[in-house]
Structures are given as C-alpha cells and as structure tokens.
Design a binder for this molecule. Structure first.
Ligand SMILES: NC(=O)c1ccc[n+]([C@@H]2O[C@H](COP(=O)([O-])OP(=O)(O)OC[C@H]3O[C@@H](n4cnc5c(N)ncnc54)[C@H](O)[C@@H]3O)[C@@H](O)[C@H]2O)c1
Length: 431
C-alpha cells in the first residue's frame, strides 16, 4: 500500500457530538411519549422556582403521566448554580430516589444542575471528584448515566446539546465545571413557545451567550494546530473544525435576523423566539465541540467576584452578573486582541452578524463595532465598569481568568497575564 502524504504526528482528527433533537411549538407535550422509549418508570423533573411558577414542569408531569410514567418536581435549582446548590440538589435526589431518568426544564442553571444530579446518582463519586483540574480531580464517570431529557426555556446556553455543567465554587469565588461526553443529554426537546414569557433583560443576557458561543467557536484555534492526542486523551473541545463552523455560521445568521426583535417584541414575536432557540442550539452544537476562549475565560472571575450588581429581570435576593452578560462585557476587546490571528474569520463573522453594517477602514474594529452596536441596542451594561468593577479590581480578576487554561488554550493567539490585564482594563467601558 502506498503511504499517503499525511503527517500523522500532527492532529488530523476532530470529533463532533450532539444529542438527538425534537424542535417545534408544542414539543414539550411529547416528552411523555419520548420517555417511553427509554423504558423508565419514575422520573425526577429538575427546575428553578421561577420556571416552576410558569407551570411548565407541571405540563411535563402531565405528559409523563399520560404515558404511565410517574414523576416528581424538584424546584430547588439555584439560578447560576453553586457547589453548595448542586450538592443540596443531589442530596434531595439521593434521598427521594432511585430515579430511572430525569427531565431538566429551565435555562442553563436547571439543565446543568440536572446533569450533576444524573452524574452523582448514577454511579460512585462526589461533586469535587469530577470537577475539572486543577480545582477538582477530573474523575471520569465509570459507566453510563440515566436518560436525561433537556428542555431549555431560555435561548442562550445551548446546555441542552453540550457535555458540560458549569458552577460556582463558593469558597474559591471561581466558576468552573465538569466536562465529559457522558453528561450530554439523551435528547433535547426545544419548544420556542416556552420562551415567550422571558423578560427582555434575560433575553438580552442569554442571547449574548449565544453570540459569544458562535463567535468564540468560529475564531477558536483550528483543530489541526493542536498536538496529536491518543483517542482516550481527546478532550470535548477540539478547536474549530468544518462541522462546528457550519452550525456557528447559521447561528450568527439567525442572530442577525432576530436578536433585537426577541428583546424588544419578544412577548408577541413567535418567529423571533423560534429563531433565537434555533440559534442557541446551533451555537451549542458548534462551541460544544470546538470550544470557547477569552470572553468566556474572563466571564468566570467577572461573575465569581460580583460586587453589588443586581440586574433587572433576574432574582433580586443576591448580587449577580448573569452568565451571558459576564461573557459579553470583554468580548469587543477580546476580538480586537485575537483579530490578527485570523483576520478573515473575524471579518466573516462581523458580516454574518450584521450584513448591512458600514465597512470600517480599520478592519480590526469591524467585529467590535458590530458587537457594541448590538449591546447598546439591547441594554447590556457598558463594560465591566457597568457592573461595578474599576481599574483597581483588574489585578484581582486576572488570576481568575488565567486559571481557565482549558479555555485560553483554544484562543488562536495565546494571551499572557499582561494581555488579559490589558483586555480587562480597556473593557471598563466599551463605548
Ligand atoms: N452547560 C453549558 O454548556 C453551559 C453553557 C453556557 C452557560 N451555562 C450556564 O448556564 C447558566 C445560565 O443559564 P441561562 O442563561 O439559561 O439562565 P438561567 O437558567 O440562569 O435563568 C435565568 C432566569 O430566567 C428565568 N427563566 C428561565 N426561563 C424562563 C422563561 N421561559 N420565562 C421567564 N423566565 C424564565 C429563570 O427563572 C431565572 O430567573 C449559568 O450558570 C452558566 O454558567 C452552561
């Protein structure tokens, strides 16, 4: 056999995974039917108090009941989950279990909490065993988890299609996560009608999460530029690749079409809500395989070290910088920094996100300018200063970003501590 001219010491392989999907108005009423396919008898529905008050979990319980499947609703999910809240949720599930399967209904907070419950009730191990290194031990689940149907009620995280679960470690004031393909939901059921009730502020923040997923994935390091790995060493994030790119491009086009409408007329515009749900899932299918970089790495300390910020539209019982907002605040400056590593990709992304925007002489400014226009229009705070940080906080924020080496490694231009300090400082105000 002739040897093809391929250097097999470099990475040549990318992997791509996503759960099956059921999408469309009224889809949540088919969850009972879908669950029958997994042969389950007793299911735990995992949600937060805000989503429970909308009556969606009860509707799912009725659908399950109509197919002979018993269920209980746990509504103790903490909005932006913590180690403490996930441990309490797991204790509840262990005490009331065993469960044959789970339905997660809510935003990323509920879906991620359900992933953790599923992991910790399906096999041995405690939360910190599985958390990514260096904070936890990055233990690998020993066997398959139970069936988990994920039902997103925000258009943002894409958690319904990813293999990740994100949480705050309260004692360390850091955000981190668990990342393993076994965490990926068994099925995603996406019903755009459940998002009609989303307040404009939640629509804006979670929508910026979609924007950053698509942009960071699209501008991530190309998969062949990583060192070659053995199959068992390959991580969930493998860098941008031809399949992730397709999903991200389509997500950007949908965002261009519908993000502003979803924020400003979301309670009546079914098409805008539908496009945003598709954009969220598509971007999840992109970044969930390729990865995200600097804006997400910066978001971890920005959210973890929150001061007094209490955004409208979210629970007011404690200060928080919602995930999508925290991700977006340094994005314009991060893309100025990464521009030189892949100018064509940054320009193509700007074009997809805003096809009618004026073309600037300074090409590096094109994508930041598209982002700033969007953020001003939908009411995102003006930079990290807008959520309470000043220049004197930057030295405290930098180590939190630098701990996210898993994400920074995906950036096509590797940032130093000084680079991150510069990006944060110049993001005190974005306009
Ligand atoms: N696992 C992943 O791949 C992944 C990716 C990105 C983000 N995340 C995580 O997801 C979390 C954020 O999730 P999110 O942005 O989806 O928001 P969320 O789940 O935190 O919910 C935000 C608020 O919206 C309310 N809400 C949800 N659906 C509603 C509806 N239909 N109508 C009215 N109110 C509704 C909730 O009650 C809550 O108060 C963060 O913890 C973040 O770190 C996970």
């Amino acid at each position: 056999m002739t040897s093809p001219n391929v250097d097999l010491t470099e990475e040549t392989i990318f992997t791509w995974g996503a759960p099956p999907l059921k999408f469309g108005a009224g889809a949540i009423d088919e969850i009972g039917f879908e669950m029958t396919g997994y042969g389950v008898g007793r299911v735990l529905i995992v949600t937060d108090p805000g989503v429970r008050a909308l009556g969606i979990p009860e509707r799912i319980a009725e659908s399950l009941q109509s197919h002979g499947i018993g269920s209980e609703i746990f509504d103790g999910v903490h909005v932006e989950p913590t180690d403490d809240s996930m441990i309490k949720a797991t204790e509840y599930a262990r005490a009331q279990g065993p469960w044959d399967g789970f339905v997660a209904v809510g935003g990323g907070s509920a879906i991620d909490t359900a992933k953790a419950i599923n992991l910790l009730t399906s096999g041995p191990g405690e939360l910190m065993d599985f958390i990514n290194k260096p904070i936890g031990n990055a233990k690998v689940p020993e066997g398959p988890l139970k069936p988990l149907i994920a039902v997103p009620t925000t258009a943002g995280t894409g958690s319904e299609s990813t293999a990740m679960c994100v949480l705050d470690i309260l004692s360390m004031k850091v955000k981190t996560g668990i990342s393993h393909w076994r965490l990926r939901p068994t099925l995603a059921v996406i019903d755009p009608l459940v998002t009609m009730s989303l307040p404009p502020e939640v629509t804006a923040a979670s929508g910026m999460d979609i924007v950053c997923h698509a942009l960071e994935s699209y501008t991530a390091r190309w998969y062949t530029t990583f060192d070659r790995k053995k199959p068992e060493q390959r991580v969930t994030y493998c860098g941008s690749n031809p399949v992730s790119d397709l999903w991200c491009e389509k997500a950007m086009m949908l965002l261009a079409q519908s993000f502003r409408d979803a924020v400003h007329r979301g309670s009546e515009d079914v098409e805008a809500r539908s496009n945003m749900m598709m954009a969220a899932t598509f971007a999840g299918m992109g970044f969930g395989n390729s990865g995200v970089h600097i804006p997400h790495a910066n978001a971890y300390p920005i959210a973890g070290m929150v001061k007094d910020f209490r955004p409208a539209g979210f629970p007011q019982d404690e200060p928080m910088v919602p995930h999508g907002m925290s991700v977006s605040l340094t994005a314009p400056e991060a893309f100025r920094f990464s521009f030189e590593s892949a100018p064509d990709r940054h320009l193509k992304a700007a074009e997809l996100m805003a096809p009618r925007a004026d073309k600037l002489n300074d090409q590096r400014e094109q994508l930041p300018s598209v982002l700033v226009d969007l953020m001003r229009n939908i009411g995102i705070p003006n930079g990290i200063g807008g959520v309470g940080f000043t220049e004197s906080d930057v030295p405290d924020l930098v180590p939190g970003t630098m701990k996210q080496q898993r994400l920074l490694a995906t950036c096509p231009r590797t940032p130093t501590e000084d680079d991150i300090a510069g990006i944060l400082t110049r993001s005190i105000e974005n306009w």
